[in-house]
Design a protein around this ligand. Structure first.
Ligand code: HEC
Length: 410
């Protein structure tokens, strides 16, 4: 794979560093399940190890191609991150009661260091990193967000598939693309429900494979070639090959604000409000025609649609959020008890008014949660680069001792 060059502005490295420090001490991105009373410090340490291993693998992949160093700083950074992860794991290991597991993980880490030093296939490094990461996350009961952060576009997914994947996997995913016969093993039959069906797999399973590829096969890693959004789009597109009624994940406005701008989050909010209004109108119309039960059902649909923006609204203006929730429930209640039409209509108006107010708020600024997610976006996009710069500096200062520094096996 071609090494992708980072061309972010190099200003405010210090600020980025502070943001990274904040990220590392925050709990919001990860959703730890504390059922096993794992202490927060360990969870934070696990998160760091997971991130560092991911970064190490990513840097290695960009720094070494076909057994040769193509971008020396990236290769060296991968060693630094790996060494960091190994040191942190040594401190963490006391908290893993199963000593066999500790030994296994430790050997895997040493093995990764060996692969990196031997400039082995980056897919092998990824495979080891992924295996350790999932083991670590499972051991500490930590979950990572495994759903897309932007609304899925199947139209986009189709385009991406046809320009990147069709050549091997074929137009309808039957594994019969024009180049398919060239490869051993041959391209996967993506229309096989075993590989992409809702009953057997999750979208995230496919997403991961597409990201990291499959070692020693023609299936390359698409992370870095396609953006995460594009990979999610193509992931859901290939799932249409075996699922007749593909279920797309719900819109998450907060997370959408990461990838898009606050502006786009506002547009999404407007779409949701339009949907809610449409359903409210419909419910009132149906009520007018005397079908109370149907009207109540549609009113409930309106409330469900509203829920997509409810938490965002509550973050902005708690009392407005709470009062909307209550007027929605009164609206349904009045429909159910066959209240006079005027009464039901006035509640409908009240909801519409409050929705307008809410929409203005959601369009205006991002609010605290949005700010958090936006800072998070900065961290994801630029913060890693700051780590890399710092690591590069460290690598520079320690250049003389580098070989011994990374050579430690414990
Ligand atoms: C150069 C050929 C080639 C291209 C291009 C290619 N693939 Fe693949 N793909 C393969 C091969 C070969 C395998 C099967 C490897 C194996 O059998 O382990 C595979 C496997 C897969 C799998 C794993 C299925 C499973 O669960 O076993 C998925 C998902 C997939 N490809 C999706 C894609 C997507 C999406 C694209 C485009 C972004 C793509 N592939 C592009 C050759 C290709």
């Amino acid at each position: 794979m071609l090494p992708t060059k980072l061309t972010m502005p190099r200003k405010s490295v210090f600020l980025k560093f502070v943001i990274i420090a904040l990220l590392f001490s925050s709990h919001s991105f990860w959703a730890p399940n504390l059922a096993e009373a794992v202490n927060q410090a360990s969870i934070d340490r696990v998160k760091k190890i997971v991130m560092m291993l991911n970064i190490a693998a990513k840097e290695f992949e960009e720094g070494v191609v076909n057994g040769k160093i193509v971008v020396a700083p990236e290769y060296e950074e991968s060693l630094v991150f790996l060494q960091q992860a190994i040191e942190r794991f040594a401190r963490l290991s006391a908290e893993i009661p199963d000593s066999q597991k500790v030994e296994k993980l430790k050997n895997q880490l040493i093995n990764i260091m060996g692969l990196v030093k031997d400039k082995a296939d980056s897919q092998k490094v990824w495979a080891e990193v992924n295996s350790i990461n999932s083991e670590l996350l499972a051991t500490f009961n930590i979950e990572i967000n495994k759903t897309p952060i932007t609304p899925i576009s199947l139209v986009n997914g189709k385009k991406i598939f046809e320009s990147n994947c069709l050549i091997c996997h074929g137009l309808t995913g039957n594994g019969d693309g024009p180049m398919a016969s060239q490869f051993d093993p041959s391209p996967a039959v993506l229309s096989n429900a075993k590989l992409t069906g809702d009953a057997n797999t999750t979208a995230y399973d496919n997403f991961e494979v597409i990201n990291v590829g499959i070692a020693n096969t023609a299936m390359m890693a698409w992370a870095g070639v396609l953006s995460e959004t594009q990979i999610w789009d193509v992931t859901y597109y290939i799932r249409t090959f075996s699922n007749v009624n593909i279920q797309l994940p719900p819109v998450n406005l907060e997370l959408a604000a990461i990838e898009s701008s606050a502006d786009n989050a506002g547009k999404l909010a407007a779409m949701v409000v339009d949907e809610v209004r449409g359903l409210l109108d419909k419910s009132l119309e149906i009520y007018k025609s005397g079908q109370g039960d149907n009207a109540a059902e549609v009113a409930f649909d309106a409330y469900l649609a509203y829920e997509k923006i409810e938490s965002n609204l509550i973050t902005k203006d708690r009392s407005l959020g709470v009062s909307l929730e209550s007027v929605f429930s009164r609206y349904r209640g009045e429909i159910k008890r066959n209240a006079p039409f005027d009464h039901v209509q006035s509640l409908n108006n009240e909801i519409n008014l409050k929705l307008s107010k809410g929409l203005e708020l959601l369009k205006s600024e991002v609010g605290f949660t949005g700010m958090f997610f936006q800072s998070f976006s900065i961290i994801v996009r630029e913060g890693f680069e700051a780590i890399l710069i710092i690591a590069a500096l460290i690598a520079f200062f320690y250049q003389q001792d580098m070989v011994e520094f990374v050579g430690q096996k414990d």
